[in-house]
Ligand binder design. Structure first.
Ligand code: ATP
Ligand code: LTN
Length: 334
């Protein structure tokens, strides 16, 4: 009975590269912290990945390894529904319907489409353009209250709300209108070598991967860009010292310390002390995750079982919404 009253949460990550510290602090850590208070659905968005060319063997491998990493980050498959998007056909089915309730103009304004079409100028495919519609289908099928994402995905949750409201205004209350849930700290982690850009697997240089060895992590933090004013002082100034602010943010998110506490902790000590300290905090936070993920990645039978059960539970909820939508729009049912 108690289960029924819990609010519902849903989110996804594309298995288009290895998971990194930005994904962990901006998204997964927050998901894991909320397991007890919500009914949670988390999935690997493999359908979304093919908007950019993927190596099939790599995609297959990452789709299963990412599940191991989700679980290692604290997402217990007994308490959360964990599944692979392509295992639940309702995502593609609802996406088609929603395509017909989404306007060309609103999709043209999406920042991610503009960024990605500039980056992959030889492959500006229709899927890249309608990406947010599939994402809206992912969300609306499960009628969640909240969608926990990093800041970069906020616009996609907003268009999802617009599509849902448009549909509801024609057919009645079919979809719950979800809220984006953006963490206060960690919502935007920047690359260690390019503190002006978000940490992203597509820029491996300043990106700390969850499966990196402790030595790799330490090296990346030692080389992290700080600032050019040679002040050598640990002070939070996002405008003028974005690299230092980013490191302070990472440290704050991992240790729970506030920015003034961190400034006090490193007062009088330069970046030579600060950078390795942040590196060490990251090494210690990621160590148990890496070890558990390595163990799980060897147990394919267990991971397959999790995916099978997850798809079954997810399909049950998703198909209920899809049936309602099909009925509302007038598809003949037997
Ligand atoms: P890409 O290589 O396309 O930039 P990505 O590394 O940003 O991909 P996604 O799969 O797009 O990873 O993101 C998965 C989740 O992690 C999303 O909720 C996203 O908002 C969050 N996220 C990604 N990068 C960061 C970051 N640098 N800081 C905080 N959150 C992030
Ligand atoms: N677009 C997201 C991944 C994603 C997602 C979703 C997140 C696909 N479908 C539904 C939340 C809810 C990304 O690139 N991070």
């Amino acid at each position: 009975m108690e289960e029924l009253q819990k609010k519902r949460m849903l989110s996804g990550i594309q298995p288009s590269g290895d998971l990194h510290l930005g994904n962990y602090l901006g998204a997964i850590k927050n998901w894991a912290d909320r397991v007890n208070d919500y009914e949670c659905f988390y999935f690997m968005a493999d359908l979304h990945t093919i908007t950019v060319r993927q190596d099939p063997a790599e995609l297959r491998k990452r789709s299963i390894n990412q599940l191991a990493q989700y679980i290692a980050c604290g997402l217990d498959p007994e308490q959360n529904v964990l599944f692979l998007q392509s295992h639940v056909p309702a995502h593609s089915q609802l996406a088609w319907v929603l395509n017909c309730y989404t306007m060309f103009g609103e999709l043209s304004r999406m920042t991610q489409f503009k960024d990605k079409s500039a980056k992959y100028e030889n492959n500006i495919n229709a899927g890249l353009f309608t990406y947010p519609v599939l994402m809206a289908a992912d969300i609306l099928l499960y009628q969640p209250d909240y969608v926990p994402v990093g800041e970069d995905q906020k616009q996609h949750v907003e268009i999802c709300r617009d599509i849902a409201q448009r549909f509801n205004s024609i057919y009645g209350d079919v979809f719950k209108i979800p809220e984006p849930l953006i963490a206060k700290t960690g919502a935007r982690i920047y690359g260690l070598s390019t503190p002006g850009d978000k940490m992203s697997k597509s820029v491996p240089d300043g990106c700390v991967f969850l499966m990196d060895s402790p030595d790799d992590i330490r090296r990346k933090f030692k080389r992290a860009v700080t600032d050019s004013d040679r002040e050598n002082c640990v002070r939070y100034d996002k405008e003028n010292k974005p690299g230092v602010a980013n490191l302070m943010n990472i440290y704050a998110t991992l240790t729970g310390k506030t920015i003034p506490e961190i400034e006090a902790e490193f007062a009088g000590q330069g970046y030579g002390v600060f950078k390795p300290a942040v590196g060490e905090a990251v090494v210690e936070a990621l160590r148990p995750i890496r070890e558990e993920a390595e163990r799980l990645m060897k147990d394919k039978a267990y991971l397959n079982e999790v995916y099978l059960k997850g798809a079954e539970k997810a399909s049950y909820v998703a198909n209920k919404t899809l049936r309602k939508v099909y009925k509302k729009v007038g598809f003949y049912q037997i």
